[in-house]
Design a protein around this ligand. Structure first.
Ligand SMILES: NC(=O)c1ccc[n+]([C@@H]2O[C@H](COP(=O)([O-])OP(=O)(O)OC[C@H]3O[C@@H](n4cnc5c(N)ncnc54)[C@H](OP(=O)(O)O)[C@@H]3O)[C@@H](O)[C@H]2O)c1
Length: 222
């Protein structure tokens, strides 16, 4: 059993929190407005959940998910995340996040930007390529024929192993997409982004095998 900390508890954060609780993990959720605004979600998640400040959620988590609008990445607390595995679900959308030159010029992936902010954390890019409703409905136990896979990118092998084990526990396999610099392959607009799990209109989604995810990563092009 792991304690999962959440920086951001919106569509993607709350979905991962539900899957985590169902898998027997404890969760500590946070948002920008404060713990009092998360009472309803904590009530739904049950006794394994509590709400906290972002700082406290970061401190409490063995693994911490960052799922916020990318433009707020500088507000992610640095000190409590030192030496921790941090899962980055964020995507860069100019309409929401404004223009970020380093990303526009293609020098960095969005997860490398978070890694620069969290210098001493072990950032792994995951969950960014799947619609939250598909994430909720496609979770399957290990060994299920229709299990779905998610790409993960990161620079630290141990952190990637920890994320792989976490994904396995909540119902997903992992496909290693390489280091954070290769994370562009799973960013918006690339073949592995959303498409393998089916159209948004079908909330059940479509299972995506490891082979499907590998092929989509390989088909990525700048
Ligand atoms: N929605 C999806 O299907 C999906 C799928 C994959 C990846 N993503 C990516 O994941 C990220 C989150 O998306 P979402 O759809 O979950 O967004 P969302 O529903 O709008 O939720 C965002 C969450 O982040 C919190 N937040 C905002 N600024 C914060 C800060 N400075 N510190 C702590 N928490 C903060 C918000 O809290 P308040 O409500 O209190 O402001 C809210 O809980 C985005 O980068 C998105 O592109 C989304």
């Amino acid at each position: 059993m792991t304690t999962v900390g959440f920086i951001g508890s919106g569509m993607i954060g709350s979905t991962v929190a539900r899957l985590s609780v169902a898998a027997g993990h404890d969760v500590v959720i946070s948002n920008s407005r404060g713990p009092d605004t998360l009472k309803e979600l904590v009530g739904e998640l049950g006794p394994r959940a509590r709400a906290a400040t972002a700082e406290d959620a970061a401190e409490a988590g063995d693994i911490v998910l960052v799922a916020i609008p990318l433009k707020a990445y500088r507000s992610v607390p640095v000190r409590p995340l030192v030496d921790k595995t941090v899962i980055d679900a964020n995507n860069y959308y100019v309409a929401r996040d404004g223009q970020i030159a380093a990303l526009d010029e293609g020098h960095l992936t969005s997860s490398e930007l978070l890694q620069q902010h969290l210098r001493s954390s072990l950032v792994v890019k995951a969950f960014n390529n799947i619609y939250f409703r598909h994430l909720a409905s496609l979770a399957r136990s290990a060994g299920a024929a229709d299990r779905s896979y998610l790409p993960i990118a990161g620079d630290d092998a141990q952190a990637k192993a920890a994320v792989t084990a976490f994904l396995d526990s909540i119902g997903y396999g992992a496909v290693d997409a390489g280091p954070l610099a290769e994370g562009w392959r799973q960013q918006p607009g690339e073949p592995v982004y959303g498409t393998p799990y089916g159209p948004f209109e079908d909330e059940r989604g479509r299972p995506a095998s490891a082979g499907t995810i590998r092929a989509a990563l390989a088909a990525a092009g700048r």
